[in-house]
Design a protein around this ligand. Structure first.
Ligand code: ADP
Length: 278
């Protein structure tokens, strides 16, 4: 494959212990090798800390199936925008620029890059009771402006993308960054999606760091869904969506340590193969 057509979407998490700046030297190397890189980031831990300082601590919604998400009321969304689109996004772009890259930081709202649908009702399990929440400002990305992202890549820019997304009628919504990264990888025809986080990959038992699942193929996809708990559930869904959407290689791996991108690309972590579709 011609290196200039090769595109990698890298999503770096915002969980405790992750430093997205750790990826910058390797992103520069990829750029120098003619590989197109889109970086998507989170910011959950920093948002939790700042929300606490601002007197509006994070509340977590747990769905009946065990999925976890941030309760996003209006104030939470304002804090979310400040941290994700402001502090985290601009710090990454600042450091990419300092390393000599031509980077641009954008949220999914900007130019309508990520158009999504707001959830009209969310079921939340609290003290064993299921409640319905109707005013949450969260949802899911449904379309990605691939043409715009490709135009940035064609201009030699490194797009650094972050939630929120926006609805078709212009309302900002909190979306899961892993699934937004997967939707982006599908839409722009990326060959690789790396979901880098604070764990070495998908663990068979989340409490046992030695129980890494190294490869997921079609017949083991159920196993992946069973193993994933809490926030890992969205990563597995994202990996599945990317693979089904034609991304050849998806890896859930670690953002920490030496050369995390090279290690993930070499399959260190949990690799999802496109035999899933068969
Ligand atoms: P990020 O913020 O990097 O996107 P998350 O915090 O959303 O990452 O998801 C990673 C977390 O998922 C891990 O730190 C771990 O606590 C949790 N987790 C739940 N189930 C698993 C599992 N089976 N394997 C690995 N991690 C898991």
């Amino acid at each position: 494959m011609n290196a200039s057509n090769h595109t990698i979407v890298i999503k770096v998490g915002g969980g405790e212990g992750i430093d997205p700046l750790n990826l910058i030297p390797e992103i520069i190397e990829l750029r120098d090798a003619g590989i197109r890189v889109v970086l998507v980031h989170g910011g959950s831990h920093e948002t939790n800390q700042i929300a606490e300082q601002l007197g509006h601590p994070t509340r977590t919604i747990i769905s009946p199936s065990g999925n976890q998400s941030r309760r996003t009321d209006k104030t939470t969304l304002d804090i979310f925008k400040m941290v994700y689109c402001g502090k985290v996004n601009k710090t990454i772009v600042e450091h990419l620029c300092r390393a000599g890259a031509h980077a641009i930081g954008l949220s999914g709202i900007d130019a309508g890059i990520w158009i999504g649908k707001r959830k009209s009702a969310i079921r939340s399990v609290e003290n064993g009771n299921t409640m319905i929440i109707r005013d949450d400002l969260s949802g899911r990305v449904e379309s990605v402006d691939a043409e715009f992202i490709n135009s940035l890549l064609d201009s030699g820019l490194i797009p650094v993308l972050t939630p929120p997304a926006v609805t078709s009628d212009g309302i900002a919504i909190n979306v899961d960054a892993d699934r937004a990264a997967a939707a982006t990888a599908r839409a722009i025809g990326a060959q690789e999606l790396l979901l880098l986080s604070n764990v070495s990959g998908l663990l068979r038992d989340p409490e046992d760091r030695t129980s890494l699942i190294d490869t997921i193929r079609g017949e083991t996809l159920d196993l992946a869904h069973e193993a994933a708990q809490g926030r890992m559930k969205n990563k597995v869904l994202a990996a599945e969506e990317a693979i089904l959407g034609g991304v050849s290689q998806v890896v859930i791996g670690s953002a920490s340590g030496d050369r995390p991108i090279e290690r993930a690309r070499a399959g260190s972590g949990t690799r999802f193969c496109n035999e899933v579709v068969s």
